[in-house]
Design a protein. Structure first.
Length: 367
């Protein structure tokens, strides 16, 4: 029996199993087995895979992908956000490959990728399927583009992305697993577990061949989070939902729609350019950028062209942005701004910077 047949057999068993308190342990194990088989399947499928324009080189300060079903207005939106020329037509599947564009906003260069429209079942290979969805693995932000008349398609997009291991608006579980050769499995709970029993946790570890280990749990996790952690192939991405074509509906329709959508969303009309500026600002905000102004030793600060970095960046991150060998020449930094107690404070390479800090890098040969 091949992997697809094994997965199908387990899924059929899950379908026959009534979901209740008594069966949650059994269902949790079945899910773990499916996830393990899918990882094996993905590992095999990667061998000998080919590229037809879906491997896009990352450019700029961040990458954002547009994902949606066919004809929801992704291409029009890309053209409004960037200077790209993505084909637009009144029929489905206009975009047949990934179309990149660059959005320049508040000093940041943000790469926007228009992906071909996906359909339900894309994660199993339907349409351009997995190759389209896989582009989102390397994205810093996923924009789910919906037609105002079909907002329920959001569930389809989230499910298809989840099926290939992309978790939206989630964080990796705070877990540590230190394997050992003897001693069995010991679990140290720093919080009380209410969503999974220790027995199920140990049994899931056994599915993945872990029989001796020290497990530290730092948050109240579910069985699916344990499986995600063990599979090791999950991607965690921020997302924002866009409701497009609002120029085609009245306020009453739109207000009723807003009350039914639970996720964070913005209403737009790419065709009539409505709320596009609001969207640009939201993209910038979601990417958590900060501006660092460079000041050469003995020179003036360049306030015209800030260096764009991500929130939480250190002096080391800035060195790596400037030149790959900069950290080898680094002696110390001098910072003016919110991250220091006084202007011109000397800092080390691991100092965490804040938005609009001014930074001078002193290299060893300058002393």
């Amino acid at each position: 029996m091949g992997i697809p047949e094994k997965i199908k057999a387990i899924q059929d068993e899950m379908g026959r199993t009534q979901v209740n308190k008594a069966t949650e342990h059994h269902i949790g194990l079945l899910r773990a087995k499916i996830a393990k088989l899918k990882r094996e399947q993905e590992s095999k499928s990667k061998k000998g895979s080919v590229s037809d324009g879906f491997d896009v080189r990352r450019a700029g300060d961040a990458t954002v992908v547009l994902i949606g079903l066919p004809s929801v207005g992704k291409s029009t939106l890309l053209n409004k956000l960037t200077s790209a020329k993505s084909s637009v037509a009144a029929f489905q599947f206009t975009t047949l490959t990934v179309i990149p564009g660059m959005m320049n906003y508040r000093g940041a260069k943000i790469q926007i990728l228009d992906l071909p429209g996906i359909i339900k079942g894309a994660s199993t290979g339907k349409g351009l399927g997995k190759r389209v969805l896989s582009v989102a693995r390397n994205a810093d932000l996923v924009l789910l583009v919906l037609d105002v008349f079909q907002p329920y398609h959001e569930d389809v997009l989230v499910t298809e992305l989840a099926n290939i291991g992309i978790r939206l608006n989630q964080r990796p579980p705070n877990i540590i697993i230190e394997q050992s050769s003897i001693g069995g499995i010991s679990i140290a709970q720093q919080v009380k577990l209410t969503k999974i029993s220790e027995k199920l946790l140990k049994d899931i570890l056994h599915v993945y061949g872990i029989t001796s280990a020290r497990v530290v749990i730092r948050e109240d996790v579910e069985s699916d989070q344990i499986v995600d952690f063990l599979s090791g192939s999950k991607t965690y991405a921020n997302s924002l939902t866009l409701i497009n074509k609002i120029d085609l509906v009245d306020d009453e329709f739109l207000n009723d729609l807003k009350s039914k959508i639970k996720s964070e969303f913005i209403t737009i009309s790419a065709d009539s350019n409505k709320n596009i500026d609001i969207l640009k600002e939201k993209i910038y905000e979601k990417l958590r950028f900060m501006r660092i102004y460079m000041k050469p030793k003995g020179g003036e600060t360049d306030f015209k062209e800030p260096l764009i970095a991500r929130e939480g960046s250190t002096v080391l991150d800035i060195c790596n942005k400037l030149h790959r060998n900069m950290k080898k020449q680094f002696r110390h930094g001098m910072v003016w701004g919110k991250s220091v107690k006084f202007g011109g404070q000397r800092v080390g390479i691991n100092h965490v910077l804040e938005d609009e800090d001014v930074l001078t890098i002193i290299k060893t040969r300058e002393m």
